[in-house]
Design a protein around this ligand. Structure first.
Ligand SMILES: Cc1cc2nc3c(=O)[nH]c(=O)nc-3n(C[C@H](O)[C@H](O)[C@H](O)COP(=O)(O)O)c2cc1C
Length: 367
């Protein structure tokens, strides 16, 4: 049997298998107020398994951090009950839930930020999108953060982490991937600063370090993960030397002894489809630089996931799209059962249909 179905200690937790739910923004909060909906609790509860790890979709830490109408956030008390219900649904199955915390940075629009200009490390032309009540629209022009503003954003990460703690989650994951604010600081295509947060990679990871330290101050390192996407394309992001940059990131994070490093393979295109024929490269080159637990993500099927864990390149594998339509994915993979195809039209926004109504095999067998 593959090691994919064997126990693994991840930070503070002993997991029973290594099939992880990848964070997926599904735009199903209740408006106004971004209230987590009962169908979200159903969705996560269905995908939880005994001592399995689910990672909650990107949760914006403040109003200016938001990018997409309907996306998850956690910055006001009216959201507490909804988030508690989600943590409870995962725990009812014996699962563990880490909440992914995000600041969208320049990937936003004034309608989503509360009327203020989106912020970024530097002003660099950007043709990306945000989602408002008018649908996908070009991102608003952004402005460069003043150095004196940075502690305030780090503090928002800390407060959001505290909210996740108080709501009963098991940990937090910093969204350092996919061209959002943390990634905008890391990569030199978007970070043109000349102060302590820009220039050499040691400076470009300063924002990442401070955000990680803020999360650790609440949770302890063994309940904090970080997600990165070396050579990812989403968000118009780029770096002149991704391998050097992200090897440094991995080394820096290794020093914190965090629960895990979560790596999206560059074979995933910006629109979450696959560059055909590309292998697992980022996890492989990062592995020597990170001695802790490594989660690989991006374009995995059963065979690929088993191979990457059995070879030792990764310790766990996160699945996005397949998990969206197979709530009992770990069970199906282990028993080599057929997978239900995912429904892309229902990914971003909608109701329960093709979201929380996919049956588990056991449900089908008992019908
Ligand atoms: C609908 C959808 C929403 C996503 N939202 C997020 C997100 O909130 N945070 C994140 O880090 N990645 C997000 N991703 C990326 C996934 O976590 C994952 O890395 C990607 O789908 C590739 O994995 P897969 O081939 O198993 O689907 C999203 C992907 C999809 C399809």
């Amino acid at each position: 049997m593959s090691r994919l179905y064997t126990p693994k200690k991840v930070g503070a937790y002993s997991l029973s298998h290594r099939v992880v739910l990848a964070p997926m923004t599904r735009l199903r909060t209740i408006q106004p107020g971004d209230i987590p909906s009962p169908m979200m609790a159903d969705f996560y509860g269905q995908r939880a398994s005994k001592d399995g790890l689910v990672i909650i979709e990107g949760v914006s830490i403040s109003i200016p951090a938001r990018s997409y109408l309907g996306a998850a956030s956690f910055y006001h008390d009216g959201q507490v009950a909804g988030w508690k219900a989600i943590a409870d649904a995962v725990h009812a199955k014996g699962g563990r839930a880490f909440m992914q915390l995000i600041h969208g940075g320049r990937q936003s629009h004034v309608e989503m930020t509360g009327g203020v200009d989106p912020v970024a490390p530097s002003v660099v032309p950007f043709e990306g999108v945000a989602l408002t009540k008018d649908g996908f629209v070009p991102a608003s022009p952004h402005r460069a953060l003043g150095i004196e503003e940075i502690p305030g954003i780090i503090e928002e990460f800390r407060v959001a982490a505290q909210r996740a703690f108080d709501a009963g989650f098991d940990g937090v994951e910093l969204h350092g991937a996919n061209g959002y604010l943390v990634d905008q600081f890391i990569q030199d295509g978007t970070n043109k600063r000349t102060d302590a947060y820009g220039g050499p990679v040691e400076n470009r990871v300063r924002f990442l370090r401070e955000a990680v330290e803020a999360l650790i101050s609440v949770w302890g390192a063994d309940r904090v993960g970080v997600r990165i996407s070396p050579s990812g394309e989403w968000g118009g992001i780029s770096d002149s030397n991704p391998e050097a940059t992200f090897s440094h990131v991995a080394k820096v994070l290794d020093g914190y002894k965090i629960a895990y490093l979560h790596v999206i393979e560059p074979r995933i295109k910006g629109d979450s489809t696959l560059h055909e024929g590309h292998g697992v490269v980022a996890s492989a080159y990062l592995r020597p630089h990170f001695t802790g637990t490594l989660i690989a993500a991006g374009g995995f099927d059963r065979e690929g996931a088993q191979a990457v864990v059995d070879s030792g390149v990764a310790d766990l594998v996160a699945f996005g799209r397949h998990f969206s339509s197979n709530p009992d994915l770990p069970y199906r993979l282990k028993n080599n059962l057929p997978l239900t195809p995912y429904v892309r039209d229902a990914f971003w926004g909608g109701d329960e249909k093709n979201y929380s109504d996919f049956p588990a095999i056991q449900d089908v067998e008992t019908v």
